[in-house]
Ligand binder design. Structure first.
Ligand code: ATR
Length: 262
């Protein structure tokens, strides 16, 4: 029987994980079956337990269950502990293991674009779960200074007080959206503004070499403004592929090449 994998979330129909994992399997010659599981909002834990009791090998976790997955795991990777969220589950020695591959997915997508992260100065707009998950991998990949700009300044400050100790080699700073200014190598939009069709205004005295939008498949005022300045840009499909590749390599011990799938 093929190895069984699944992505669990609510809603779940929009997930592109089955298509990606089947494409990786074809490329690497691994026999697997990867399905979608819709869990009721109060039924995440029982759905996960059932999947592994039925000899499932690995699960991806998506909205709104990543924090619940974190709480359920008996063993966590360092980056999952720091993110306080889990998107990749597997059983090992009878224990539920959890990792968070989202941040590494972003790093690999940026590296595949040949955008330099070594000693970089990065501006991240947004201070929610998406930002929390990427700080540690960005610093491990070489970022030296990260400014977190958020509509609600207190949330950016809280995130920094939670995370600075985990990345002592980098400097983290908070600012409000009304204080966006200065020179950056890279600016990342980690807000949900594009998902809700809201406009993010990038002022003229904010300068950057590259712009990355974590969302994909939606109009993005953030990307439109970056493009109109002639700056290289990317939307978040590469990050999605990157997190999937990282999960695939944890489960199957083989790492597909990101550039083959973007
Ligand atoms: P996620 O887990 O995807 O990060 P989240 O935790 O709900 O989602 O965080 C959403 C982020 O987008 C927050 O930083 C939010 O800013 P606030 O903390 O001030 O709410 C930001 N955001 C959402 N809509 C926005 C908008 N229209 N303009 C600016 N920031 C916005």
């Amino acid at each position: 029987m093929s190895k069984q994998f699944a992505v669990i979330g609510n809603p779940i129909e929009q997930s592109r994980s089955p298509e990606l994992h089947h494409a990786f399997a074809e490329k690497t010659g691994i026999d697997l079956n990867y399905t979608q599981r819709l869990a009721p909002l109060d039924g995440f834990e029982s759905s996960v337990k059932q999947f592994f009791a039925d000899n499932g090998i690995g699960m991806n976790v998506t909205v709104p269950f990543k924090e619940q997955a974190f709480a359920l795991c008996e063993q966590l990777t360092e980056r999952a502990k720091i993110a306080k969220a889990v998107n990749t589950l597997w059983m090992q020695n009878g224990m539920l293991h959890g990792d968070n591959t989202d941040g590494q997915g972003l790093v690999e997508a940026i590296q595949a674009l040949d955008w330099n992260l070594i000693k970089s100065k990065i501006l991240i707009i947004g201070a929610g779960g998406a930002t929390r998950g990427v700080i540690y991998p960005l610093v491990k990949a070489g970022a030296k200074e990260i400014v977190i700009a958020n509509r609600t300044l207190a949330r950016a400050e809280q995130l920094i007080s939670d995370l600075q100790h985990a990345v002592p080699e980098a400097q983290l700073k908070a600012c409000g959206l009304d204080q966006l200014q200065g020179d950056f190598d890279l600016v990342i939009n980690a807000t949900s503004a594009s998902l809700s069709g809201d406009v993010l205004a990038l002022p003229d005295n904010l300068h950057f070499k590259y712009a990355y939008e974590m969302a994909y498949g939606k109009p993005s005022s953030f990307l439109d403004q970056a493009k109109s300045r002639g700056v290289p840009t990317s939307e978040g499909f590469g990050m999605l592929v990157g997190q999937a590749i990282e999960a695939f390599s944890i489960w199957n011990g083989v790492k597909p090449n990101l550039k083959d799938f973007i």
